[in-house]
Design a protein around this ligand. Structure first.
Ligand SMILES: Cc1cc2nc3c(=O)[nH]c(=O)nc-3n(C[C@H](O)[C@H](O)[C@H](O)COP(=O)(O)OP(=O)(O)OC[C@H]3O[C@@H](n4cnc5c(N)ncnc54)[C@H](O)[C@@H]3O)c2cc1C
Length: 447
C-alpha cells in the first residue's frame, strides 16, 4: 500500500477529505474550497451526483435521470450552489405555480400555489382548489393553520401525518388527494408511515409561505448536463482533487480517538478532518468495530429506507399538456414531461412512484405495465399513442424513511470522534430527505 499526504507542499491550509460525491459532498466541497481549505473528494461511482444521477440509454439515445426530481423555490442552499456552479438558468420555475391534478374519471383540476401573494396568497389559492368540497377546504384551512402554529413536536410522541390529519377529520383519499400527494412527494412515504415533523418543516418553508418559496422548479436537461459536469468543473478549477471511481474502504484512526485520514484499495491518504457524506449504513461500514457498537453510531442501524421507481417512456405523439401532473389515487404518483416536449412528433415523459413495492412483490415489468395503464386511463392523448421506448428503474434505498421519532436518530454533523463529520440528506436538518436537506447538511459539515 502506498502512502500519500493530501495536497503535499501546502502544509498551512487545513486538509479535508470528503467521502461521497452526492449533493451533500458537493455542497461541503464547494463551501470548503471557498474558504481556502485543501479538499480531496472521493466518489466510488464513475460519476458524481449520487442518488440524483443520470445514465446514458442507447435505446432512448439520450441521458436519462435515475428519476425526475423537483426543486422548491425554498431550496435556498441548493439553488445557491447552482448559482456558484453557474447553472442557475438551467432550472425552470415556469408553470411551477400550478399543479394539474388528473383524476381517474379524466377530470383535470388545477391546484394554484399562490406564488404572487406570500402566505396569504398561498392560503387563499389552496382554498380555491376545486378538488376539495367546501367542508374539506375548511378542514384543510384548520390543518394549515395548525401546522404554521406548531412550534415544537416532541419526537417521543410525534404522530404520523395520517394521525395528525385524522384529528381534523381528514382520511386517506379525502381533499381531492391533496394531503396524500403532498406527503408522498415531500416524504417519499404515505401519510400512515411519514412522521409529521419533517413534513411541517418543509411546508413551513415552501408551500404554506407561498411567494417564490412555494414554486416548483425542474431542470431543463438531464442531471449530467444540468449540474454534474458543471459542479465537477467548478471544483476542479478551484483546486479540489476529485477522485471519481475510488471507493474509500476504511478510516485511519490514531490512538483510537481521532481520524487521521482514509484508506482506499491501494492508498492511504492523511488529512486533518474527514467528512463522510454517505448514507448511514455506508458510514457504519467504514467505522472501526468498536465505534460501530458505540450508542452514538449504533443508532444509525435504526434507519429504514424506502424505494422509488421511475418509468421513462417515449410515445409516438404528445401525451401530456403540462410540464408535470399529479395522478391522485393512482399507482403512479407523478408524471413529468422530460425536457423538450416533442421530437419528430414524439413525446417523452418520466413518472415517479414513491414507496414502491419491493422486488419480491412486483417486478420492474409489472411496474412498467401498471404505469402505462395509469397513463392510458388518465391522459386522453395517451390512449391512441404507441410506445417507442419504455424503461423502468427502481432505486431500492431511494431515501431514509422518516418515521415518527426520526429526530432521535438523525445526527448533527459533528460526531464525538475528533476530526470526523457526517453529512447527507438523512442528517438532522429538520427537513425531509431531499436535495435541500443534503445540501444544507453538507454546508453544516463544512462550517
Ligand atoms: C428516484 C428519486 C427521486 C427523488 N426525487 C427527489 C425530488 O423530487 N426532490 C428532492 O429534493 N429529492 C429527491 N430525491 C432525493 C435526493 O435525490 C436525495 O435526497 C439526494 O440526492 C441525497 O444526496 P446525498 O449527498 O445525501 O446522498 P447520495 O446522493 O446518496 O450521495 C452519497 C454518495 O456517496 C458515495 N459513496 C458511498 N460510499 C462510498 C465510499 N465508501 N467511498 C466513496 N464514495 C462512497 C455514493 O456512491 C454516492 O454517490 C429523490 C431520490 C430518488 C432516488
Amino acid at each position: 500500500m502506498s502512502y500519500e499526504t493530501s495536497q503535499t507542499g501546502v502544509s498551512d491550509l487545513p486538509k479535508i477529505i470528503i467521502v461521497g460525491g452526492g449533493w451533500a459532498g458537493l455542497a461541503a466541497a464547494t463551501k470548503l474550497v471557498q474558504s481556502g481549505a485543501k479538499v480531496t473528494l472521493f466518489e466510488r461511482n464513475k460519476e458524481l451526483g449520487g442518488r440524483a444521477s443520470s445514465f446514458y440509454d442507447s435505446d432512448f439515445g439520450e441521458w436519462l435521470d435515475d428519476g425526475p426530481h423537483i426543486f422548491i423555490g425554498a431550496y435556498t442552499t441548493a439553488l445557491g450552489l447552482l448559482e456558484t456552479w453557474g447553472v442557475q438558468d438551467l432550472i425552470s420555475f415556469d408553470d411551477g405555480d400550478e399543479i394539474p391534478f388528473i383524476y381517474s374519471n379524466g377530470k383535470e383540476i388545477q391546484l394554484k400555489l399562490g406564488s404572487r401573494g406570500g402566505a396569504l396568497g398561498a392560503f387563499s389559492s389552496l382554498m380555491t382548489f376545486k378538488g376539495m368540497t367546501f367542508s374539506e377546504r375548511l378542514k384543510t384551512a384548520r390543518v394549515a393553520k395548525a401546522m404554521l402554529e406548531l412550534k415544537v413536536i416532541n419526537p417521543q410522541s410525534e404522530p404520523t401525518v395520517a394521525d395528525f390529519l385524522s384529528k381534523y377529520g381528514i382520511k386517506e383519499g379525502d381533499c381531492g388527494g391533496f394531503w396524500d400527494a403532498v406527503t408522498v412527494a415531500v416524504m417519499n412515504a404515505p401519510t400512515k408511515l411519514a412522521g409529521l415533523k419533517p413534513l411541517v418543516g418543509a411546508l413551513k418553508e415552501g408551500l404554506l409561505v407561498g411567494g417564490k418559496a412555494g414554486r416548483i422548479g425542474m431542470f431543463l436537461k438531464p442531471f449530467q448536463q444540468s449540474y454534474i459536469e458543471p459542479a465537477k468543473k467548478y471544483l476542479i478549477k478551484n483546486g479540489v482533487d476529485v477522485r471519481i471511481g475510488t471507493s474509500v474502504d476504511s478510516l485511519i484512526v490514531n490512538n483510537d480517538d481521532y481520524i487521521a485520514g482514509v484508506k482506499t484499495a491501494n492508498k492511504q491518504l492523511t488529512a486533518d478532518k474527514v467528512i463522510l457524506a454517505i448514507p448511514p449504513k455506508a458510514v457504519l461500514q467504514l467505522l472501526p468495530v468498536s465505534w460501530q457498537e458505540d450508542s452514538y453510531f449504533a443508532r444509525l442501524n435504526s434507519f429504514r429506507t424506502t424505494p422509488i421507481a421511475s418509468v421513462h417512456i417515449t410515445f409516438d405523439r404528445p401525451v401530456l399538456k403540462s410540464r408535470f401532473a399529479c395522478l391522485p389515487g393512482a399507482f403512479t404518483h407523478w408524471v413529468f414531461s422530460r425536457g423538450e416536449r416533442e421530437r419528430q412528433g414524439w413525446s417523452k415523459v418520466s413518472t415517479v412512484i414513491s414507496n414502491v413495492p419491493g422486488k419480491n412483490e412486483m417486478t420492474l415489468e409489472e411496474i412498467e405495465k401498471a404505469v402505462l395503464k395509469d397513463l392510458l386511463k388518465r391522459l386522453p392523448e395517451a390512449s391512441n399513442a404507441n410506445v417507442k421506448h419504455i424503461r423502468g428503474i427502481r432505486t431500492m434505498n431511494a431515501t431514509v424513511l422518516l418515521e415518527p421519532g426520526s429526530e432521535l436518530i438523525r445526527p448533527i454533523s459533528q460526531t464525538p470522534i475528533r476530526g470526523l463529520f457526517l453529512a447527507g440528506d438523512w442528517c438532522k436538518t429538520g427537513l425531509p430527505a431531499t436535495i435541500e436537506s443534503a445540501a444544507r447538511s453538507g454546508e453544516q459539515a463544512a462550517k
